[in-house]
Ligand binder design. Structure first.
Ligand code: GDP
Length: 195
């Protein structure tokens, strides 16, 4: 897909701030520092529209990016920071639940994981959380450029096993460095954008 337009519409902390424009939404989730912002930026061909979510103490928000005046990428706050307080974790949980339990125009979720490692316990919880809302989930195994070609198949198999991925869900190897997997990612997203 050719992206002609990409803009941050709002960084929302609660439901009343969600954009009203009735467009399909694709949610993006992943642990802090996994490469979620890099994924978004690569997809929309911007160097730094999506900022890194990985900094502790940064306000956690749902970032709605409007793409080509036709759909939204919704960047949900990263998880898995050891230093986050209980209060912040509870706030994060409430924000996630409020969005995923109410947002009817949400069509699909992309869960970003690191191809080099087995998914963490938090990744497993996130996958289960998304499936709880009966969402199709595309698992994006990023940082593909960081492993040897010969290791790809083994790592991909581990991700399917550890997450106990359902048959209907797709696992996509990706690299924000080389752009590998980008066309395939758009191919996966496109069918969900039909009105
Ligand atoms: P976020 O916190 O999930 O948004 O993570 P970022 O997108 O900020 O990425 C965290 C770090 O990983 C940064 O230093 C990125 O440059 C690096 N990174 C992200 N994706 C890739 C990738 O596909 N390949 C390589 N080599 N580095 C990546």
């Amino acid at each position: 897909m050719k992206v002609n337009q990409a803009e941050l519409v709002i960084s929302a902390v609660s439901q009343k701030q969600y954009p009203e424009e009735p467009m399909p939404e694709i949610a993006l989730a992943g642990r802090s520092n996994v490469g979620k912002s890099s994924f978004i930026n690569k997809m929309i061909q911007r160097k730094a529209l999506a900022r890194t979510s990985g900094k502790p103490g940064k306000t956690q928000t749902l970032n709605f990016y409007k793409i080509n005046e036709s759909f939204m990428f919704v960047d949900v706050p990263g998880y898995g920071y050891a230093k986050v307080s209980k209060k912040e974790k509870a706030k994060w949980g409430k924000m996630m639940e409020e969005y995923f339990s109410t947002r009817e125009r949400l069509r699909m979720a992309m869960l970003i994981v690191d191809i080099r490692h087995d998914p963490s316990e938090d990744d497993q919880l996130m996958y289960d959380f998304l499936k709880h809302y009966e969402l199709p989930v595309t698992v994006v195994a990023t940082k593909l450029d960081k492993i040897k070609k010969g290791q790809r198949a083994k790592q991909l198999k581990r991700i399917i096993e550890v997450l106990e991925m359902e048959e209907e869900d797709i696992l996509l190897p990706f690299s924000s460095e080389t752009g590998e997997g980008k066309d395939e990612a758009w191919g996966i997203i496109k069918p969900y954008l039909k009105k």
